[in-house]
Design a protein. Structure first.
Length: 378
């Protein structure tokens, strides 16, 4: 930051005070006031320690409400807010997502309506109106349960669905290699990427941020060599906080084998010129992004003929459910997933029909004919 910019950022004519100077003429006064409000809102959030991405996301939502309502913040009413919320819900936003959207407007209107920031004085002077809090207890979505997503959305995959999905993944990789197609490298990377998400229960952002060095030894499972644990450095953060870290213990022998093959052989063969630290690179020598993970999953899902509501997060649900079926304590599964509350972990667990049938047969003294006794992804 330059000296001049630093002086402006701490000078007397900052925020609403800048509009008290009658010598300043604005060509588009409403737009100038609105932009200054957003700048002040950003400074207030930065002072609270909120991350840049959080602040930019909230600004986008405020601008969205401004465009959707056709009114300026000092003209907003609860009816504008209600219509904006209803439109998002009709478009398919979940209640959990919508609550985050609403919180952005709650924070912004609370800022501009606070007399300590003097925006009410400015708006009264120039527009004969004052900003108001347009949210209240009757038009905000309340959190009434542990899970608010689609009942058929984020769920564990069945054994048959896993077979179809990873069968398609393998077929794409084999075909691309056999015909020397351009996508051979990315097909092999995708196979490893989705196996990692299934084997360690990582989220999309967490998966995209992995480095080769994030695999670690676990003294309690030396058979996995250097792949006994995975350090997740970009775990979901608390509001306004930095990404959290967690160490996920390796639970499946095949997972360590797949990771070792990719790190020690496949990755260098597919991407010989890429930075040696990035675990899942792209052809452009960059990290794969969460959006690209979504697109790759959707392409494979559709080719496999699976329901179109399934998404990469279903692999995390499958991982959690499998650990429960293997007999892992809920507290340990919670730690593996990085959840703060065990109630959140419970949302991720939905016992498979195979598992329930097996338990029923055993309780009745009947023999269960199943080669695998380690859950859906053993």
């Amino acid at each position: 930051m330059t000296v001049a910019r630093a002086q402006r950022a701490s000078g007397p004519n900052l925020g609403a005070a800048a509009f008290m100077d009658s010598s300043v003429v604005h060509m588009d006064l409403p737009q100038a006031v609105f932009d200054a409000m957003l700048e002040g809102f950003d400074r207030q959030q930065a002072a609270r320690g909120l991350a840049t991405d959080t602040r930019r996301g909230r600004e986008r939502l405020v601008r969205q409400l401004r465009a959707a309502s056709g009114a300026w913040p000092w003209e907003w009413t609860p009816a504008h807010f209600d219509a904006w919320t209803a439109a998002h819900l009709r478009a398919g936003r979940t209640k959990a997502t919508m609550r985050g959207y609403q919180n952005a407007i709650v924070a912004f209107t609370g800022f501009v309506a606070d007399p300590r920031y003097e925006w009410g004085t400015v708006c009264q002077r120039f527009f004969d109106a004052t900003p108001a809090r347009v949210t209240h207890e009757l038009n905000l979505i309340r959190h009434k349960g542990d899970y608010e997503g689609r009942p058929d959305g984020n769920r564990p995959l069945t054994r048959a669905e896993l077979d179809k999905f990873f069968g398609t993944v393998d077929a794409r990789a084999r075909n691309a290699a056999a015909f020397h197609r351009k996508g051979a490298a990315s097909a092999h990377r995708d196979a490893t990427m989705f196996l990692i998400m299934l084997a360690w229960g990582t989220r999309r952002t967490e998966t995209a941020g992995l480095d080769v060095s994030d695999f670690r030894r676990n003294a309690k499972s030396p058979q996995f060599t250097r792949y006994g644990a995975l350090v997740v450095r970009n775990a979901k953060s608390f509001p306004g906080g930095p990404p959290r870290r967690r160490t996920v213990l390796t639970a499946f022998p095949w997972a360590a084998e797949a990771a070792a093959h990719w790190v020690e052989t496949g990755r260098a063969a597919c991407y010989p010129e890429v930075d040696s630290t990035v675990l899942l690179p792209t052809e452009r020598r960059a990290r794969i992004t969460p959006r690209q993970i979504n697109l790759r999953f959707a392409a494979i899902r559709d080719e496999a003929g699976l329901p179109d509501y399934l998404n990469p997060h279903c692999l995390r649900h499958t991982y959690a459910t499998t650990l429960i079926e293997m007999g892992w304590p809920m507290a340990l599964v919670q730690d593996q997933l990085g959840h703060t509350h065990v109630a959140t972990t419970a949302v991720y667990t939905a016992l498979s029909d195979d598992f329930k049938d097996r338990v029923l047969y055993q309780s009745l003294g009947l023999e269960w004919d199943d080669d695998s006794e380690q859950g859906a992804i053993s």
